[in-house]
Ligand binder design. Sequence first.
Ligand code: 2P0
Length: 314
Amino acid sequence: MNEITVRAHTNIALIKYWGKANVPLNIPTTSSLSMTLDRFYTTTSVAFADQDQLVLNGQTADATRVHNFLDMLRAKHGDFPAVLVTSTNHVPTAAGLASSASSFAALTGAMFRLLELSEDLTEMSRIARRGSGSASRSLFGNFAVWNKGENDASSYTESFYDEDIQLSMLVAEISSAQKKMPSTRGMQLAQTAPTYRSWVEKSARQLEEMKAAIRQADIEKIGLLAEDNALGMHEQNRSCAEPFDYFTEDTRRIIAFAQKCYKSGLLAFVTIDAGPNVKIITDKATEKILLEKFRANFPEITFDVAHAGGGLEY
Ligand code: 2P0
């Protein structure tokens, strides 16, 4: 039986996706820019079967989201038989790294090969986007930009800068607790914040500044922009119609410590996604000293280190 196996890596947005202009199509309110991580990935195998099924980390799992994704693919690229999807996440669940990005990117890559579709990354990114917005960015290694667009055709992701720029990310594993607010709902609420429109406008300016900073490999500029963009995103959550907050006491302690390190002359900036966990942005020259400082100050927290890399691997 023909079985296709693909690996896709997680990504962290330096300019965030936090809002939908169109929910069923996953058209975002902002363009986003991410770094794909070398360390963490999902491996997915697909083969034709009797019914759409999902085996996740060795156990049969609810296949609703996968089934809906396959039906969307059937509607767009022609009918095909049921599929058995076998997926394993090599992502620390406690680190708040979204496995939906690497999962739907790997599934997209695997399905395109199983169906012998033309492996055009632009079209693949449109398909991956429908599974999970951030998955469109995990098709690419290093740095990718998801252009928000205004419809299915124009909302796609492309490689932005496919080289290592000495950026390091320390990933703090603060909490493995189930997140309280799913991202889709969180985004919809954030969009009711009085300052949401101005965050979106600022984000468009920051995207251009971020692109320039990456081209110049200016880690300090990258870190300052990423931190401001992420903290701004979380401000929307706190000031929306039904306020909520992903931060915990540990989140705030780590942010404060990173800011103290920066004031003392070290490159240390934070970015935070839809959970309490913090990723600390630094460069390869600083990563070891920063890691020692964080481990000494937060002995109860596990820190991993990741660099840019990834992209689909068959
Ligand atoms: C991002 N996040 O840009 C943002 C920042 C979390 C915070 O993309 O609803 O799982 O499946 O499109 O991609 C997480 O949301 O959301 C996310 P859906 P997704 O990485």
